[in-house]
Write a protein that binds this ligand. Structure first.
Ligand code: ATP
Length: 307
């Protein structure tokens, strides 16, 4: 595997504010990585340093073999950037805008192909100003793709989208991976990170607090990994249940077991019930969600004191 992005011991200070505090991150070519974290965590600062829009205070940064601070045009031609507020010329149609922007690149993608890829077909000749928020975001994405970048930066790509537009945008990003692009995105939607990203980087108070596939992060998080819940059968008192490792709570006849060994606890409980010919009503096994894991990971981090 070849690294598209290598960041080592990155620091950024804004005066007294030490916004990025020794961040390490390596992203392979063809990976989709989501950076998530609370407001002020240092995500935008980090991404803008990678894009070449901001100078770092110290640390090693290499993107597609370039130092973004000095890569110049050769570097910018290899990356695509989709910002939250692109400020496009909205009196032109998407097709006109794309033809215009294509002229800035030595080897642009075919305009019609890009219109197709982002699903702008029926709207390609309308004035961009008359498009809905979600449709304009597709234009943003199309403009990020027109230079046929190897690496695409997406800043909160679906903020303000309705749920169906969000799913369509996810399909577009997924199709980029199919053609081998590397994507680095920031998002506040954990479902988006979960669905889109090969790996998620959780950043809090300027530091990387976790990095892995969404499932790895859920599995590694401390504490209970799953909740087993069911209704206690009539005539059974809770003291009769078998010994289990998980923490059991009961509210009326509703039993909940938070377990780090859900397979074993579930087997003990269902084995016990089966032997007695009992059924547990509403028996469910719920895995801890990625959002809960995220909240736990960032909850352990307080606002940066200064150092
Ligand atoms: P959000 O989720 O709100 O977009 P973020 O994780 O992207 O947050 P950053 O925008 O990188 O966070 O900000 C990190 C810290 O750096 C914050 O304390 C912010 O106030 C500070 N900061 C960001 N940009 C500047 C700037 N141009 N000048 C001074 N301080 C800044």
């Amino acid at each position: 595997m070849v690294a598209a992005i290598v960041v080592r011991d990155l620091h950024k200070r804004y005066g007294d504010n030490h916004a990025v505090r020794g961040l390490d991150l390596t992203i392979e070519e063809g990976e989709v990585v989501a950076i998530v974290g609370p407001n002020g965590a240092g995500k935008t600062t980090t991404v803008e340093i990678l894009e070449g829009h901001r100078k770092r205070t110290s640390g090693h940064v290499e993107v597609l073999g370039f130092d973004p601070e000095t890569g110049g045009r050769a570097y910018r031609e290899r990356i695509g950037i989709v910002l939250q507020e692109a400020g496009m010329e909205d009196r032109f149609s998407p097709r006109e805008l794309l033809r215009h922007y294509a002229g800035f690149y030595r080897r642009p993608r075919d305009v019609e192909e890009v219109i197709d890829l982002v699903g702008l077909g029926g709207k390609a000749d309308e004035r961009t100003r008359s498009l809905s928020g979600g449709q304009r975001r597709r234009v943003d994405l199309a403009l990020g793709l027109i230079g046929d970048p190897d690496l695409l930066f997406l800043d909160e790509p679906t903020t303000g989208f309705d749920p169906s537009a969000r799913r369509q945008a996810w399909d577009v990003v997924a199709s980029l991976c199919d053609v081998g692009k590397t994507v680095l995105l920031t998002t506040h939607y954990m479902e988006e990170a979960y669905r889109l990203a090969d790996r998620v980087a959780v950043v809090a108070a300027g530091r990387l607090v976790a990095l892995g596939t969404p499932d790895e992060l859920v599995d590694q998080a401390a504490g209970a990994q799953a909740v087993i819940s069911f209704r206690l059968p009539a005539d059974v008192v809770v003291g009769e249940l078998p010994r289990i490792d998980g923490d059991l709570t009961i509210d009326g006849d509703a039993v909940e077991v938070r377990s780090t060994t859900p397979t074993r606890d579930l087997q003990a409980l269902t084995g016990w019930a089966t032997e007695r010919g009992l059924e547990f009503d509403q028996l469910r096994l719920l895995r801890r969600s990625f959002e809960e894991t995220y909240l736990e990971l960032v909850g352990a981090t307080t606002e940066p004191d200064d150092a």
